[in-house]
Design a protein around this ligand. Structure first.
Ligand code: URA
Length: 241
């Protein structure tokens, strides 16, 4: 874990001029505290039975091989590389974006472009490193021209994500941006309504945070993103060890 001075440096790099808590513990904004209480309630049921069966009994190697050769949707025709995900396979924290962009498609790794750099800083700001968390996307192949992934593409790819969650067993999921959040939570609600409160996906607490690419375009919202990350830390710390 980073000390507060170092975290402050990362926050400054993020362009966030914020109040830093005195103690090591990060306090949630008051408006979010009631959400935290809800988070302690038992999670809503998660994995549809058919999907659980489809993704059962697959280890990391088999899963990675399956993704690398996947032809379940049309994105396989235009991809250069599949982007499986990187990081700690036993991470407490799972970050899920919407889909690979051009750089990710070229390198086969998630979040390696400018948005990836900002994501790295966001992760450091909460005292972690990219190696300590796992990062992936709702689709493992680049949608051409960086369009939003279609629902059928996300559905085709979902068993892979589900199996990653089953294997990692994260304590918290961070949905990066509107598309990932809406698709995971099966809602059309705008991001403003989804952020700042606990959700569940597959029985795991989930928080919604602005996508780093959005934050690059709209730096004024970095402060809200920092609040959301603090909320995520609180939610994570409230989980049983
Ligand atoms: N944006 C995403 O949502 N995912 C990536 O991997 C890169 C950019």
């Amino acid at each position: 874990m980073l000390d507060n001075a170092l975290r402050l440096q990362y926050l400054q790099a993020l362009g966030i001029d914020v109040w830093i808590p005195k103690a090591d513990s990060v306090q949630p904004p008051c408006a979010m505290a009631s959400g935290l209480v809800q988070a302690l309630q038992p999670p809503t049921p998660a994995i549809p039975v058919a999907l659980a069966a489809e993704t059962e009994a697959t280890g990391w190697d088999a899963l990675e091989t399956a993704v690398a050769g996947c032809t379940r949707c049309g994105l396989c025709n235009t991809r250069k590389h599949t982007v499986f995900g990187t990081g700690n396979r036993q991470a407490d924290w799972l970050f899920i974006g919407e889909g690979p962009g051009q750089h990710e498609d070229e390198q086969g790794k998630p979040f390696v472009g400018n948005a990836g750099q900002l994501l790295t800083e966001m992760i450091r700001a909460i005292g972690l490193s990219r190696d300590a968390v796992f990062i992936t996307n709702v689709v493992k192949c680049r949608p051409p021209g960086n369009r939003d992934p279609h629902s059928d593409e996300i559905a085709s790819c979902h068993p892979y994500l589900q199996q990653q969650i089953n294997l990692i067993q994260p304590k918290i999921i961070v949905a990066l941006g509107r598309i990932a959040a809406q698709k995971l939570l099966k809602t059309d609600a705008p991001l403003a309504q989804l952020r700042g409160k606990p959700h569940y996906f597959s029985g795991v607490p989930l928080v919604v945070v602005y996508h780093p690419a959005y934050l690059l375009r709209t730096p004024i919202d970095k402060r809200k993103a920092w609040q959301d990350l603090q909320f995520a830390v609180q939610l994570h710390n409230s989980q049983p060890t």
